[in-house]
Design a protein around this ligand. Structure first.
Ligand SMILES: *[C@@H]1O[C@H](CO)[C@@H](O)[C@H](O)[C@H]1NC(C)=O
Ligand SMILES: *[C@@H]1O[C@H](CO)[C@@H](O)[C@H](O)[C@H]1NC(C)=O
Ligand SMILES: *[C@@H]1O[C@H](CO)[C@@H](O)[C@H](O)[C@H]1NC(C)=O
Ligand SMILES: *[C@@H]1O[C@H](CO)[C@@H](O)[C@H](O)[C@H]1NC(C)=O
Ligand SMILES: *[C@@H]1O[C@H](CO)[C@@H](O)[C@H](O)[C@H]1NC(C)=O
Ligand SMILES: *[C@@H]1O[C@H](CO)[C@@H](O)[C@H](O)[C@H]1NC(C)=O
Ligand SMILES: *[C@@H]1O[C@H](CO)[C@@H](O)[C@H](O)[C@H]1NC(C)=O
Ligand SMILES: *[C@@H]1O[C@H](CO)[C@@H](O)[C@H](O)[C@H]1NC(C)=O
Length: 439
């Protein structure tokens, strides 16, 4: 099936995985909204990590209503449980317990740190029936886990779930998060969430068989990144404060009609079924605008309010109707190449009067003449039509704009994650830069 895609992305996913792993709790900005405050009894506070390798170790803390410190469970246990404990002011980590099939901690309502489950290869049942507040959910490589075992998590800053067999994300319902990253869960065909804001990054990739993504309540998010999704529904999204990237997905539409701000790059790449995009209310893009290699996208017309692009504009494909009629300023390069129809003249004019500050290239068929659909009217390489006899006419050549030297300096004002503003706008460069800047 999508094996080659998976392979090629494996390295990238692995890198971003490791990095997210590191940042999962230490970099969290917010504290939980509603934590319990239970007095720590003597003997229930651990300066060093409390490590349990057998149930008898865990039984030692069963007399604690609350535990201060980190708890690590590891080793040869087949099943394990924590009884009575209501709050852990610290992490609860279970790793390298490769025989662990069952874990329960049904009294716990609060874990202020991270609930970290890593490499539990036979874990099939998890039960956290009372958990409300948890700093981070960080679950990696749980290949036998089908259900979350969570019922009522409403307060959680970071959710990172990778390489599990979960079929849904039931019981995880926070309103505001910093990180929501769900990747490589092959059983997960649909992701629905009531999350309203994402202050760092929302990333979804390589789950199920092209995941259906529904965030009906999402109002703003800093970064959005999607790979291998079937559809995206975010009808209330008004701001993408940083970047948005849509890659290698089977989405047919990208509908973001309320979004008026994109703080960094907007990248739409290699979506073979994409036939409709709507970013019709976007007026400014704080990074680059890249729409390339979306084979079914025959029209780029719903980007017409965009006035300024702080990075480069790269539009390549087989589309018509790309006018970008409000465009006034492009700080990076401009490269429009389509086998369809587009009028290069307005863009060329913009390049000449300095509105496009980087290199300029425009390659498209000129409008089909009404008389005959002469195929010889092809490839008006942007230039040579209107030889205006102004002083700038010396740089009438298409792709070699004399203002190209401005490019680099003017780009420095863009976001550092501005992948598309890089001068080398190769696809891989763009992707790598975006992924790198996610780290
Ligand atoms: C994992 O556990 C096994 C025994 O169960 C032990 O030999 C090994 O060192 C542990 N690995 C790590 C990384 O803790
Ligand atoms: C995502 O957001 C974070 C936090 O604002 C930022 O540091 C990072 O650069 C962003 N990543 C991208 C690709 O914009
Ligand atoms: C993102 O943009 C929205 C709408 O402009 C704003 O309310 C929100 O505070 C912004 N978030 C961040 C983290 O800047
Ligand atoms: C477009 O954005 C403006 C703010 O810039 C907002 O007031 C308006 O409601 C938006 N229009 C639509 C159709 O969403
Ligand atoms: C463009 O899409 C085609 C078809 O999916 C794919 O084979 C090719 O590798 C893509 N090109 C780039 C540069 O990603
Ligand atoms: C381009 O725009 C014209 C006029 O608005 C419309 O008739 C035509 O269907 C559009 N082409 C595509 C491919 O959407
Ligand atoms: C662009 O400039 C380079 C060197 O400056 C030159 O070799 C090349 O032929 C030029 N290309 C066009 C299309 O003018
Ligand atoms: C542009 O990027 C491609 C792919 O990453 C690389 O092979 C090429 O050398 C780069 N070119 C320049 C001029 O940096």
């Amino acid at each position: 099936m999508r094996f080659s895609t998976l392979l090629s992305s494996l390295a990238l996913v692995a890198t971003s995985l490791a990095a997210t792993d590191e940042q999962d709790t230490t970099s969290l900005q917010a504290s939980l909204q509603t934590t319990t405050s239970i007095k720590i009894a003597s003997g229930c506070s651990f300066k060093d990590t409390f490590t349990a390798t057998a149930q008898s170790d865990l039984d030692k803390i069963a007399g604690c209503e609350a535990v201060q410190g980190d708890i690590v469970i590891t080793g040869d246990l087949g099943s394990a449980s924590i009884a009575n404990v209501k709050a852990i002011y610290g992490d609860l980590q279970i790793f390298n317990a490769t025989n662990l099939e069952f874990f329960a901690a049904d009294a716990i309502t609060t874990i202020t740190g991270s609930l970290k489950l890593h490499g539990l290869t036979v874990l099939s049942t998890l039960s956290f029936g009372s958990l409300n507040n948890v700093g981070a959910i960080n679950w990696v490589t749980l290949p036998n886990l089908v259900e979350t075992g969570l019922t009522q998590v409403t307060d959680c800053n970071s959710i990172y779930i990778s390489d599990t067999m979960l079929s849904d994300l039931n019981g995880i319902n926070p309103s505001n998060v910093e990180i929501f990253n769900i990747n490589n869960n092959f059983n997960l065909a649909s992701i629905s969430s009531n999350i309203q804001t994402v202050s760092n990054a929302l990333s979804i990739g390589f789950n199920g068989d092209d995941t259906i993504v529904e965030f009906e309540d999402l109002v703003w998010a800093n970064n959005l990144t999607f790979y291998s999704v079937a559809s995206i529904s975010m009808p209330n999204l008004v701001a993408i404060n940083k970047s948005a990237g849509f890659f290698e997905s089977s989405v047919q539409e990208l509908n973001f009609p309320l979004v008026d701000l994109i703080g960094s790059d907007l990248t739409i790449e290699n979506n073979n079924y994409l036939s409709y995009i709507d970013f019709s209310n976007v007026t400014a893009i704080g990074g680059g605008l890249v729409i390339v290699n979306n084979t079914d996208l025959t029209s780029i017309d719903n980007v017409d309010k965009i006035k300024t692009v702080q990075g480069a504009v790269v539009l390549k494909g087989d589309f018509d109707n790309c006018t970008m009629s409000s465009l006034k300023t492009v700080r990076g390069a401009f490269d429009l190449e389509t086998s369809g129809y587009a009028d290069c003249d307005p863009f060329k004019k913009l390049s000449k009067n300095g509105g496009i500050q980087g290199e300029f290239k425009c390659k498209a068929k000129s409008k089909p003449s009404s008389s005959t659909s002469k195929s010889s009217s092809t490839d008006s390489e942007s230039s040579t039509k209107t030889k205006d006899s102004t002083s700038t006419s010396s740089s009438d050549d298409d792709s070699n704009s004399s203002s190209a030297t401005n490019t680099v300096s003017s780009i420095s004002s863009t976001s550092k994650g501005g992948a598309a503003s890089l001068k080398n706008t190769s696809i891989f460069g763009t992707m790598a830069a975006i992924l790198l800047s996610l780290l």
